[in-house]
Design a protein around this ligand. Structure first.
Ligand code: SAM
Length: 322
């Protein structure tokens, strides 16, 4: 943290403690300047073909948020989801309206919580438009910080070595943010990503190839999901169930029950865990034998939670085979 941002954070903390509302806006120059990335190669014919296939899948009928329905293809409405900027602020990872102080506070929190040394194994390069600050000789993005906090929570609560070897699937994996990090901090070759939106599947596959992880992370097309009959040890769902309809969530939960999943990690947009419209997921989970094993605030300190990037609650559910 630079001296300036530390002083700003201290001032902010004192003003908040005395009940004053403050808003520190950052100059663009507070964020790291990173050279633009070349477009990620995406086969547009394949994207069109896949979009058509996804539209005829039963999940499409019960899809939740309009944003994902509309953004099934690259088009002028995509506001930032393009092949050279898909890690910038957009519907995958929200990065707007945060100051460099918010970033610095979150980075300090991630650094403090990194009890397994993950920051030694994965780093940020700012590729494809990820908004970053540079602090302590390191680039920090929301992608990096969220991933460290999520994977630390999982390592804290899963049996020892679980992330290293067990079969893990990320449902609604976006561009592959967490799978990329998980593959970098472990040697696990049993990692899978899938998604209900063809655009996300295509980006995820191309991004993980760009990171040279395609041999350890398989990206499954939605149309291949019913043919995937392996058992799953851990399923991950970060800010994805929240954006679906109840029917779509049930579809995925039923699939996981068939796959005899042992653990399910959920990070919802709304605590509960709940959908964006506040519908609780608890009855859906309980009806399928999931029980809550661990829960933690992303930022356990309430003041940090108020100012750091995107407060959230982490939930780990277990399921004993019946
Ligand atoms: C906010 S993004 C989160 C992406 C990623 N989990 C992360 O945390 O970086 C929501 C994701 O849910 C996916 N999604 C939307 N509807 C879905 C559905 N019915 N089934 C599976 N994934 C879906 C979107 O394509 C997108 O990848």
């Amino acid at each position: 943290m630079t001296v300036t941002s530390r002083i700003k954070a201290d001032i902010w903390r004192v003003m908040q403690a005395t009940g004053l509302e403050v808003s520190i806006r950052s100059a663009k120059s507070d964020f790291a300047a990173i050279a633009p990335s070349a477009p990620l190669p995406i086969d547009m014919d394949e994207l069109q073909r896949l979009s058509k296939v996804y539209r005829s899948h039963p999940l499409h009928e019960v899809q939740g948020l309009e944003v994902w329905k509309k953004r099934a293809e690259f088009d002028p409405d995509l506001k930032g989801i393009d092949t050279s900027n898909f890690r910038a602020h957009n519907a995958y990872v929200w990065q707007a309206n945060y100051s460099a102080v918010d970033y610095a506070l979150s980075a300090l929190w991630a650094e403090r919580l990194d009890s397994f040394g993950m920051l030694e194994k994965t780093s940020e390069d700012g590729a494809f438009g990820a908004q970053c600050i540079r602090m302590n000789d390191r680039l920090w993005s929301r992608d990096l910080m969220d991933s460290i906090l999520e994977l630390t929570f999982l390592t804290d609560h899963l049996p020892a070595g679980y992330l290293e070897e067990k079969k893990v699937i990320d449902i609604g994996a976006g561009y592959g943010r967490l799978a990329h990090r998980l593959a970098e901090i472990t040697a696990n070759g049993n990692l899978y990503c899938t998604d209900g939106i063809a655009l996300s599947t295509m980006l995820c596959r191309a991004y993980l190839r760009f990171r040279r992880l395609e041999s350890r992370v398989s990206v499954l097309n939605l149309s291949d999901i019913s043919g995937f009959t392996d058992n799953v040890d851990l399923a991950i769902n970060v800010h994805s169930f929240s954006e679906m309809s109840v029917e779509a969530v049930c579809w995925w939960l039923d699939w996981l029950v068939e796959r005899q999943v042992h653990y399910l990690f959920i990070v919802p947009n709304k605590p509960g865990p709940a959908l964006n419209d506040q519908t609780s997921l608890m009855p859906l989970l309980a009806a399928r034998g999931f029980t809550l094993e661990a829960q933690r605030s992303k930022y356990e300190d309430p003041l940090v939670g108020k100012f750091a990037l995107h407060q959230a609650t982490y939930y780990l559910f277990g399921r004993t085979q019946r």
